[in-house]
Design a protein around this ligand. Structure first.
Ligand code: MG
Length: 265
C-alpha cells in the first residue's frame, strides 16, 4: 500500500499510488484519511484517470497532532556534532506548523546564518498508542513510512538550551512525497540526502542506535501517540549548510525523493 495526499479538482484528496510501467501513478481516490482507518485496505475508493505522481500537486501526506523527533540516533552524526551517543532516546518536537509539502520552498529565517538539512526516515502512527507492554510488538501501531527533512537552524540550536526555535520555523519540516508500508527499517532502509544533485548523506536505518520499537515505546511512555502522528527517526552523518538557491533532496528507499528548494526569507 502506498498513498499520497494531493489537490485534485479543487479539493484535498488522498490517492492510492501504484507502480505502473516503472512509474508511480495515482490510480484511485481514497474516500477517507488512511490514518483514521489504520491503512487503506478498508477505505472505499473510486477510479480516476491515472495521474503520474510527479504531475500531481502533492500536499503533506500526514496531518499529525505532533511531530516527535529523535536527536543523535546515528553514531556518525553524534560524532560529527562532537556529542556523546545518548543513553536513551533524546526526543524533541517540531510543530505541525513547520510542515512543508513536496516541492515547497524552505525559507531560511533572517535570524539564522547557518541552516542545515537532516534527511530522515519518517514514521506515521496508525493506531492510538500509549504505554506499551515491554514485549509488545510496535508494528501494528505503524501505518507507514515517509521521507522527512528535519531542517535546522544550527547556530540557534547551539545557542539555545531547547531546540524549539532552531527546529520549529515554518517550512522546516518537509515531508513526502508519499507514505508506504512496504518497508522494513529493522532490516535496513537507505536514507540519502543530495544538495544540488551532490550526495551528502548516505545512511541506513539498520545503523539506528535506537530502533523504531525503542523510540515508539519510549515516546509512548510519555505521551499518547495518535493516528497520523509523525516520528522523525534521526539523521545519519553528513549534515551540512545550505544557502538560498540550493535544492535539497531526501531519498528514502521505497518511498521516493522529497525535493525542496531553499530561499532566504
Ligand atoms: Mg534530526
Amino acid at each position: 500500500m502506498k498513498y499520497c495526499r494531493f489537490e485534485f479538482e479543487g479539493r484535498e484528496q488522498y490517492g492510492l499510488v501504484e507502480s505502473v510501467a516503472g512509474r508511480e501513478v495515482i490510480t484511485r481516490l481514497l474516500l477517507a484519511a488512511p490514518e483514521e482507518h489504520g491503512g487503506v485496505a478498508d477505505i472505499p475508493s473510486k477510479t480516476m484517470t491515472a495521474l503520474p505522481l510527479g504531475e500531481a500537486k502533492l500536499l503533506v501526506p500526514v496531518r499529525p497532532s505532533k511531530i516527535v523527533c529523535v536527536g543523535r540516533n546515528y553514531r556518525g552524526h553524534a560524532a560529527e556534532m562532537n556529542q556523546e551517543v545518548p543513553k536513551q532516546p533524546l526526543i524533541f518536537f517540531k510543530p505541525p506548523s513547520s510542515l512543508l509539502a513536496q516541492g515547497g520552498t524552505i525559507l531560511r529565517p533572517r535570524s539564522s546564518q547557518r541552516t542545515h538539512y537532516e534527511g530522515e526516515l519518517g514514521v506515521v502512527i496508525g493506531k492510538r498508542c500509549r504505554k506499551l507492554a515491554v514485549d509488545e510488538d510496535v508494528r501494528p501501531y505503524i501505518l507507514g513510512y515517509t521521507a522527512l527533512n528535519d531542517f535546522s537552524a544550527r547556530d540557534l540550536q547551539d545557542v539555545d538550551g531547547q531546540w524549539a526555535r532552531a527546529k520549529g520555523f515554518d517550512t522546516f519540516c518537509p515531508v513526502g512525497p508519499l507514505v508506504t508500508e512496504q518497508l522494513d527499517p529493522w532490516a535496513g532502509v537507505g536514507v540519502q540526502t543530495r544538495v544540488n544533485g551532490e550526495l551528502r548523506q548516505d545512511g541506513n536505518t539498520r545503523d539506528l542506535i535506537f530502533p523504531l520499537d525503542a523510540i515508539i515505546r519510549f515516546a509512548a511512555e510519555v505521551m499518547t501517540l495518535l493516528p497520523g502522528d509523525l516520528i522523525a527517526t534521526g539523521t545519519p552523518q553528513g549534515v551540512g549548510a545550505v544557502v538560498s538557491g540550493d535544492v535539497v533532496e531526501v531519498t528514502v528507499e521505497g518511498v521516493g525523493t522529497l525535493r525542496n528548494p531553499v530561499l532566504d526569507e
